[in-house]
Design a binder for this molecule. Structure first.
Ligand SMILES: [Zn+2]
Length: 186
């Protein structure tokens, strides 16, 4: 994603009708992604995925905290409800996960799909991990699995990742819905 692409996706959240309070709440986190992006993350001390669990759920947009992994809303959603499942440990590659982390990573990904189905009834999903900068990872040094709910007519994958869609529900509302539903759909 080039500089311009990042800027245009950021603009998606400054459309009329998006509450101002949310803008202020999220600006620092968004800056962490936008300003330096990949290059800014040099280790655990300035990694957004390491820092997020240290803040409150609402502030960090965390939907669920497990023992070894957590689920968080993507700041730059391709679709409403776009979740990321991350290990707490700062490791870059899927093969770096322990057996226990791999099991929980999978279980939380499955639960994320169940919760998204219950809350917003998507007709499909894209799941995946971009490995390394060449593989397209925005923050390559900290593993994260994308879980993107899909609906018929939501556009093909390219316009979605180009950031051209307007997200109509605020991230705070989406987080509350998903976090509230998490425990009740086994
Ligand atoms: Zn990290």
């Amino acid at each position: 994603m080039n500089e311009q692409g990042v800027a245009s996706r950021q603009d998606d959240f400054e459309l009329p009708g998006v509450p101002d309070a949310f803008q202020r709440l999220w600006t620092p986190h968004r800056l962490a992604y936008v300003k330096g992006g990949q290059q800014q993350v040099t280790g655990e001390h300035n990694c957004p995925f390491c820092e997020a669990p240290g803040r409150g759920d609402a502030e960090s947009l965390i939907v669920y905290r497990g023992a070894l992994v957590y689920a968080v809303l993507n700041l730059f959603p391709y679709n409403p409800g776009h979740l990321l499942v991350c290990p707490y440990r700062h490791v870059p590659d899927y093969t770096d996960l322990t057996v226990a982390e791999t099991a929980e990573f999978a279980a939380v990904s499955q639960q994320a799909m169940r919760v998204l189905r219950a809350v917003s009834n998507p007709s499909g999903f894209n799941l995946g991990m971009n490995q390394g900068e060449t593989g397209g990872a925005g923050i390559a040094s900290h593993l994260h699995q994308h879980i993107v709910p899909r609906w018929g007519g939501d556009g093909n994958f390219l316009p979605i990742i180009a950031g051209t869609k307007a997200i109509t529900q605020t991230l705070g509302d989406v987080r509350e819905q998903l976090a509230g539903a998490w425990g009740s759909h086994g």
